[in-house]
Write a protein that binds this ligand. Structure first.
Ligand code: ATP
Ligand code: AMP
Ligand code: MG
Length: 208
């Protein structure tokens, strides 16, 4: 591939969606299907990388506290996370393997909306594609409420979820301009996370 082409040797897919829509669940399903097709994929959760660094410094005690940190602190953690993910990916992946990053297009902080995919992060990740996972607003809220492992009470209103979904789409398309990326919207229907995973697998097959 020419040196001016903004791509890593492996395929990079950034997965976006509002809290509780089912990104992590769908991606867990994807691992199984990719194995069946002998496609090597590695999934990295950007929040895991931010959390690891923030825990080291005692800034937070769990992942749902990250969005309450001061914005400059979140920005530093966000970019550090992107750099570490790419560093790790170069160790773990070869050409034609797939790196999937489980993250957010928009962070609803206590101070306002903040971009999860700024220019500097896109320059690091060089995504081939953004996949936006969506679902029915009321289904998302009931998923948030059912999932006791996370604190998502600050999102649990239809108008907040709708607004975040709208901003997520817009931000995905804006970020796609930075790196000539594909954008795909995938509906994660209730009880059908496997089907959403299969749709993502089709996108991967098209990108390789
Ligand atoms: P966050 O951005 O906060 O990490 P997420 O998008 O990764 O959220 P998950 O943790 O995957 O969301 O899912 C939230 C809850 O919804 C979980 O309890 C999960 O089991 C459930 N869930 C996910 N997808 C579906 C689905 N298709 N049908 C029913 N329940 C689902
Ligand atoms: P998640 O488990 O995907 O919800 O990630 C945990 C937390 O990490 C999120 O609630 C955010 O506070 C933070 N986070 C994840 N991705 C990003 C991102 N791209 N930019 C800023 N913060 C992020
Ligand atoms: Mg998740």
């Amino acid at each position: 591939m020419g040196k001016d082409i903004p791509r890593h040797p492996f395929i990079v897919i950034v997965v976006l969606g509002v809290p509780g829509v089912g990104k992590t669940t769908v991606l867990n399903n994807l691992v199984k299907f990719a194995k069946e097709k002998q496609i090597r994929i590695v999934i990295k959760n950007l929040g895991d990388y931010m959390l690891r660094e923030a825990l080291k410094h005692g800034f937070v005690s769990n992942r749902d506290e990250l969005r309450y940190l001061k914005i400059r602190q979140q920005l530093e953690l966000q970019l550090l996370a992107a750099k570490s993910i790419i560093q790790d990916a170069y160790k773990e992946l070869s050409e034609n393997d797939v790196l999937i990053i489980d993250t957010h297009a928009v962070i609803r902080t206590k101070y306002g909306y903040w971009t999860g995919i700024p220019r500097q992060l896109i320059d690091e990740l060089k995504p081939d594609a953004f996949i936006v996972i969506e679902a029915d607003v009321n289904e998302i809220i009931s998923r948030q409420l059912r999932d006791k492992s996370r604190y998502r009470a600050d999102f649990a209103k239809p108008e907040i979820v709708s607004e975040l979904m709208e901003l997520t789409r817009r931000n995905a398309f804006s970020a796609a301009l930075f790196n000539s990326s594909l954008v795909r919207i995938v509906l994660n229907r209730e009880g059908e996370a496997e089907n959403a995973a299969k749709e993502i697998l089709e996108v991967i097959e098209g990108l390789r």
